[in-house]
Ligand binder design. Structure first.
Ligand code: MN
Length: 229
């Protein structure tokens, strides 16, 4: 057994619907600007060039229904997203068809963003890690195994805050499909079981305040709700 200088941190993990087992999280990849209307609302022209990627730490996942309002921001934004969870490495000779065999399941998540820090970093052309990769920045539902999830281009992703609709989009509106993203990521990184991919958000991103109640839905598949405290 490895003799560590102090006990290693707990393995980050999330629940699996219908199972007592937990899904161990290895990495969290995120896709930026994957819905044209959201790219436009962020001041960018949507493009089918190369997808924009960034990461969050694995232990940014949180399944508690009380999400702490983070420090150092006056403008915490919600981004509701489809989350893809890998259960194996990509096949050695992957194709658009067999790449999907690596998908363990799906969830709905929030890519919480300190928008003011992101805007300041963009302005100075600096990296925006502090706006995205903070503690508890990845609230996520339990995973639904892929065979049960039954998602397609018409599946609706939505977010209500305090009962009002804030964001809504169809998975078919994504500029890059799940396959496109897995193949692009696999060229940049060694994808592994335990990797989560936040697939990008539809338009309508806006601020959350303390006390706000959010309710995110991946239609017919998964739900996530909680309060900002
Ligand atoms: Mn996002």
């Amino acid at each position: 057994m490895t003799d560590y200088a102090f006990p290693p941190p707990d393995q980050a993990s999330i629940g699996i619907a219908g199972s007592r087992k937990r899904y161990p999280v290895h990495r969290i990849y995120c896709v930026g600007r994957n819905f044209a209307e959201h790219a436009r609302e962020m001041g960018a022209e949507p493009s089918k060039g190369s997808p924009v990627f960034f990461m969050k730490p694995a232990d940014a996942v949180i399944q508690n229904n009380a999400i702490p309002y983070p420090g150092c921001t006056q403008d915490l934004h919600h981004e509701v997203e489809l989350v893809v969870a890998l259960g194996s490495s990509l096949p050695e000779h992957w194709t658009a068809e067999n790449a999907m065999q690596a998908v363990y399941g799906y969830a709905v998540g929030l890519d919480l963003t300190r928008r003011d820090l992101q805007a300041a970093a963009k302005e100075k052309r600096l990296p925006w890690d502090t706006s995205k990769g903070f503690d508890a920045s990845a609230p996520i539902s339990d995973l639904i195994p892929a065979a049960q999830a039954g998602i397609d281009a018409d599946t609706v992703l939505s977010l209500h805050v305090n009962g009002s609709l804030r964001q809504k989009g169809c998975l078919g509106d994504m500029i890059f499909s799940v396959t496109d993203i897995l193949l692009a990521l696999s060229e940049l990184y060694i994808l592994q079981p335990g990797d989560l991919v936040f697939m990008g958000t539809p338009s309508g991103v806006a601020a959350l305040q303390k006390g706000d109640h959010y309710h995110a839905v991946l239609q017919g598949v998964a739900e996530l709700h909680g309060t900002i405290i």
